[in-house]
Write a protein that binds this ligand. Structure first.
Ligand code: FE2
Length: 288
């Protein structure tokens, strides 16, 4: 069995204050500052879903893919090693940092991402306390959200995530020379999407991370806050053609975007793969 969900994302950030303003004022995330200056961001019952490490530069530190069982985790590690990957078991310090029972790490060259596979995330008994009045995040059974990367070889990347990590095809969108392929590992329409490189975008660039609200009002309130407070809006409110997510995009201080959405449709056993020729049903106009 493959990956069951996107568990966490860790980031190295050069402007922690700007990040925390977005995380709290716009997105209502709960923050926990660690003694070393890193900050955990909580959005649900997980101890955290994001960790921000202070750094001189901005980059993705790691992607954490959740496995449903220790057996699944070990089987995938063996599969990767059989393919020639160097897969290291997390040491105690890293497990404590990620708050997981067990985990392994390898470098995945297609996304150019430090990739972690883990089992047994630490859960909080106390309720998520958002920093502003929001309903919370839609993560139960669906994971953190989705991530979208630009890659040099879309076919090889889709093959790796399908055949090795266990994802399945959701659908395709192609428009204006842009090619996007969407993959799921649970009922969330897509947990990973792959785009080609265009306009000088480098392979391995993180395009955006999506997090999904439990209420459309949460997204609307945040949209007003973004426009009133000068947070850089990247794409106006709109609705996607494939997953039907109603969302807007902001540019983070690290360069990539966060999509904040509501109402993404789920994939069931009767799902049929489609190809679309535009990414939006309406809206999602680029800003600037
Ligand atoms: Fe998205």
């Amino acid at each position: 069995m493959g990956v069951s969900a996107l568990g966490y994302v860790t980031l190295e950030v050069s402007d922690m204050d700007a990040w925390l303003k977005i995380a709290t004022n716009v997105l209502g995330m709960q923050t926990t500052r660690r003694p070393d200056g890193a900050v955990d961001l909580r959005i649900d019952d997980f101890h955290h879903r994001f960790t921000l490490y202070p750094s001189a530069t901005d980059r993705l530190h790691s992607l954490g893919w959740e496995m449903a069982s220790p057996e699944d985790l070990l089987a995938l590690v063996e599969k990767l090693r059989g393919l020639g990957f160097t897969v290291d078991e997390m040491d105690a310090a890293t497990r404590a940092d990620r708050k997981v029972i067990s985990g392994y790490r390898f470098h995945e060259p297609l996304l150019n991402a430090e990739t972690e596979l883990f089992f047994g995330p630490l859960a909080h008994n106390l309720a998520f306390v958002p920093t502003r009045g929001i309903s919370g995040y839609n993560t139960r059974g669906l994971g953190l959200g989705h991530v979208v990367f630009h890659v040099a070889d879309t076919d090889a990347t889709v093959a790796f995530y399908r055949d090795v990590l266990g994802f399945s095809l959701s659908d395709y969108i192609g428009w204006d020379g842009i090619e996007a392929i969407f993959l799921h590992c649970n009922p969330r329409h897509h947990t990973l999407a792959i785009m080609n490189c265009f306009n000088g975008i480098q392979p391995g660039a993180l395009n955006h991370i999506m997090i999904e609200a439990l209420s459309y009002d949460d997204v609307g309130y945040a949209y007003d806050i973004v426009r009133d407070s000068g947070v850089p809006l990247f794409m106006e409110m709109g609705k996607h053609s494939n997953d039907h997510m109603q969302s807007f995009y902001i540019r983070t201080p690290s360069g990539f975007c966060i999509e904040y959405g509501y109402g993404g449709r789920l994939i069931g056993p009767d799902w049929e793969v489609r190809n679309y020729d535009q990414p939006m049903l309406f809206g999602h106009r680029m800003v600037g």
